[in-house]
Design a protein around this ligand. Structure first.
Ligand code: ADP
Length: 420
């Protein structure tokens, strides 16, 4: 059963404590960090002068009316029930664009004071657009006094402003995110183009030089030019593979092939290969490596260590790189340490991000900032962890922790191996 309350509200003056609440609410709204905390504050400050049990904020969607905030202050009530109690009033307000004051009585035999509900619904206008409704619910009574209705209208005005402010903040954040993304894409294209064009420039330059009819090159020079073309083609291929790996890892489509692996033998191979590639670092593998078996994708894991050692050769030349292994109960902990220039603490958190490179005056060191990103993705695909510790002027240590086993082996590959 429903009935409308008196429509006209006689004029009145606010009592001092009501005025004080109005000022306190205005202040709180101005200082609030978000809509929810502002509404919490409004409820706290309004309650002493304006008794209500529930306050629900409904916002207009495209074809719907959605509760955006609800607080039940009365005792022993559940939020779900209260949300639906305010709905009829919210629809009425959104239909008429006017204040709605009504009393609802439950037809069921409800013994407590929630049987009679006084509802006060207020329209929320934002630049003359009706955006939602604020509904106050009071159980039992008494009816809202004209001063309380005025206070509720004042609160509704503030809530409308809050919604406007919130939208503006979200729009600005969205624009800022878009701007950052555009910047990132531009930076990426600039970096990648530069990285791809550099080896291509060498290849083209030396090939054209060799093809010139007017000069005859002696055998030694010819070999030197061909070696440069060979090395730069390798670099180009490596770059493109890195880019492809990075986007496959980002999309989660890079397939891992897990197999049992003898870690000690694996690390010895890595070191041998790195020594043949980099003549500007010393590499010391821990003596008497424990005979450790793990389950891993050997090719991908090799990529991780190759990258760390290549980085040591690029960023910590002339240093001694030590590789040590520690057995832990659930995992093996491997450290790769150099005694190069180190990395400043403010960059350590970004080191494994895609395309991140430590800003350095030495622009001759080539790179894309993809290497460590790929390392982390590979290690994480092994359910492991990788992180870096560094001290400027003393060197950098990369830590890798890998669990001994993986949830499932790559069956296809193990079968192929055992049948060959
Ligand atoms: P890239 O080498 O292509 O720039 P990485 O992702 O492999 O990308 O490395 C990211 C950055 O981390 C490098 O640009 C470099 O500044 C820094 N870095 C990596 N390894 C070391 C190291 N051993 N010592 C000092 N700086 C390093």
């Amino acid at each position: 059963m429903e009935q409308a309350e008196a429509e006209s509200i006689p004029p009145s003056t606010l009592r001092p404590e009501e005025l004080e609440a109005v000022y306190a609410i205005s202040r709180a709204v101005a200082l609030a960090e978000n809509i929810d905390s502002a509404l919490d504050e409004i409820i706290r400050l309004a309650r002493p002068v304006f008794i209500f049990d529930n306050m629900v904020l409904y916002l207009r969607g495209k074809d719907t009316v959605e509760p955006a905030y609800a607080r039940a202050i009365g005792r022993g009530r559940y939020k779900e029930a209260e949300l639906s109690w305010g709905e009829t009033t919210a629809h009425e307000v959104l239909h008429t664009g006017k204040l709605s004051s009504r009393i609802e009585e439950s037809s069921e035999k409800v013994a407590d004071r929630t049987r009679v509900r006084h509802l006060l619904g207020l329209p929320l206008f934002l630049e003359s657009q009706l955006e939602g409704a604020l509904v106050f619910i009071r159980f039992g009574g008494p009816p809202y006094t004209p001063d309380q209705v005025r206070l509720a209208e004042f609160i509704a005005g503030l809530v409308a402003q809050l919604i406007g402010h919130d939208r503006l903040v979200k729009r600005i954040a969205h624009l800022e995110a878009e701007r950052k993304l555009n910047q990132l894409q531009e930076d990426f294209i600039a970096t990648i183009s530069h990285e791809l064009l550099t080896p291509l420039g060498f290849i083209k330059g030396y090939a054209t030089t060799l093809l010139r009819d007017d000069i005859t090159w002696d055998e030694e020079t010819r070999r030197e030019f061909l070696t440069i073309i060979d090395e730069e083609s390798d670099r180009l291929r490596e770059l493109i593979e890195n880019l492809m790996d990075s986007s496959r890892l980002q999309a989660g489509t890079l397939k891992m092939s897990f197999q049992p692996l003898r870690l000690d033998a694996f690390l010895r191979d890595i070191v041998l290969r790195a020594l043949s590639l980099h003549d500007n670092i010393r590499i010391e593998l821990q003596k008497e490596l424990p005979e450790l078996r793990i389950v891993a994708d050997a090719t991908r894991l090799a990529q991780v260590f190759d990258n760390l050692l290549t980085n040591a050769s690029k960023y910590a030349p002339q240093s001694t790189v030590t590789i040590s292994v520690r057995e832990e109960p659930q995992a093996v902990h491997i450290c790769v340490s150099d005694n190069g220039p180190g990395i400043a603490p403010q960059h350590l958190g970004s080191l494994f991000k895609r395309f991140f490179r430590v800003p350095t005056p030495d622009r001759n060191i080539r790179g894309t900032g993809l290497g460590l990103f790929i390392c982390r993705q590979i290690v994480q695909a092994h359910r492991g962890e990788i992180w870096a510790e560094s001290q400027l002027g003393h060197g950098t240590t990369f830590h890798i922790r890998l669990p001994y086993s993986q949830p499932k082996l790559d069956h296809d590959l193990s079968l192929r191996e055992s049948s060959s």
